[in-house]
Write a protein that binds this ligand. Structure first.
Ligand code: FE2
Ligand code: FE2
Length: 367
């Protein structure tokens, strides 16, 4: 068995973090197995299935954390999604995108809680180690009225967004899996070139009107940006799970991420064109030149068909990308690049990197 020596020689330093993190998980969750040998992480699951589920559990914990921040300020805090008390000015700005934004934010937040809880509970039910990120809850969040003021895992106040998914899903000619070098144009180029808050950082961000609207617009584009990532991650990882029940979990949660993406893409298209007077961030009119046409038109919210697997086959309306190689590390890179973890520790990145690396080592039919 070369598993242990490989870890000890190549990745000894980083592996010490995963042990710390998993041990914390074990302490917090009855039934978790502590770490006498690598196989003990997996319980009755294969090593690969447990690793994929653990990476997804971590991703869902992080998703839950930032959705809670949206719900505290712009959603509907209640017994289903507790925390915070709402910020009327931010909520009103979000409602410019859709009168039901607060309800949708609430429901998306509740979904993420159930994803993280279910995956961890399933791991525990199979005797596998679960994921607990509480040791990394160190980031100060918003101080605006309505925020609970608790410490956070994620940062919604310095986002840099890649909104090229907008044109990727409208392209009939290109698929990132077939054309890895192809650059899909950004919907909101300004969001890719700076750091922008998606929630009011403090009450100072609640005016002038065009500034808080720009913050709501940034949220409006952040929500689909992140949910389209989840909507690719599940089918990408599903290709490497072994047991049919684990496959069923991925195939059943993944499409709810797609439902989130579809909803938020529609709302993003309603973000009013404006320029933020405080920082110059521009939300252009996507229906007029130099934008407009099928690549930008805001009511095209379903995937256009594109080449899939081979250009010898007919085009197909699909989720893209779904390449499985390196999918977990790619997802972590995507989340990191958007600034979601600005302020987190080296230990945090090492732990998440370990989880992603283990998930990407999983092979279908593995032990
Ligand atoms: Fe989720
Ligand atoms: Fe989601």
């Amino acid at each position: 068995m070369n598993y242990l020596p490989k870890r000890l020689t190549n990745r000894a330093n980083r592996r010490s973090f995963i042990k710390k993190g998993l041990a914390a998980a074990g302490a917090a969750t009855a039934g978790s197995v502590l770490l006498a040998s690598p196989e003990d992480h997996s319980g009755k699951l294969t090593k690969g299935d447990a690793a994929i589920l653990r990476f997804l559990a971590a991703a869902e914990i992080l998703e839950t954390d930032f959705w809670v921040q949206y719900n505290e300020l712009g959603g509907i805090p209640d017994s289903e999604v507790p925390g915070g008390s709402g910020n009327p000015t931010y909520t009103a700005a979000l409602k410019v995108l859709d009168g039901d934004m607060d309800q949708y934010i609430h429901d998306n937040t509740e979904d993420e809680f159930t994803h993280q809880n279910f995956i961890n509970a399933y791991l525990a039910s199979k005797g596998a180690a679960t994921v607990n990120l509480e040791q990394f809850r160190t980031l100060p969040g918003s101080t605006a009225t309505g925020s609970s003021g608790i410490l956070r895992l994620t940062n919604l106040m310095q986002l840099t967004l890649d909104t090229s998914w907008w044109t990727r899903y409208r392209s009939r000619a290109n698929n990132p899996d077939l054309d890895p070098g192809f650059t899909f144009p950004q919907a909101i180029p300004g969001l890719a070139g700076g750091q922008f808050p998606a929630i009011p950082r403090s009450n100072a961000d609640l005016s002038p009107d065009a500034h808080i609207q720009a913050i709501a617009n940034t949220a409006g584009f952040h929500m689909p940006t992140i949910e389209q990532g989840g909507n690719s991650l599940y089918p990408s990882l599903a290709q490497r799970v072994t047991h049919s029940e684990v496959l069923r979990i991925l195939l059943s949660i993944g499409p709810t991420e797609t439902a989130h993406f579809q909803t938020w893409q529609d709302k993003a298209g309603n973000a009013p064109p404006l320029t933020d007077p405080t920082n110059g961030l521009v939300f252009p009119d996507l229906n007029s030149p130099p934008f407009g046409g099928e690549d930008f038109q805001t009511n095209l919210i379903m995937p256009e068909p594109c080449p899939f697997l081979s250009r010898k086959l007919p085009v197909c309306s699909i989720i893209r990308p779904t390449e499985t190689k390196g999918a977990a590390k790619g997802a972590l890179k995507f989340l990191t690049a958007m600034g979601l973890f600005i302020g987190q520790s080296q230990e945090f990145f090492a732990f998440l990197g370990d989880l992603a690396e283990d998930a990407d080592e999983a092979r279908r039919g593995g032990q």
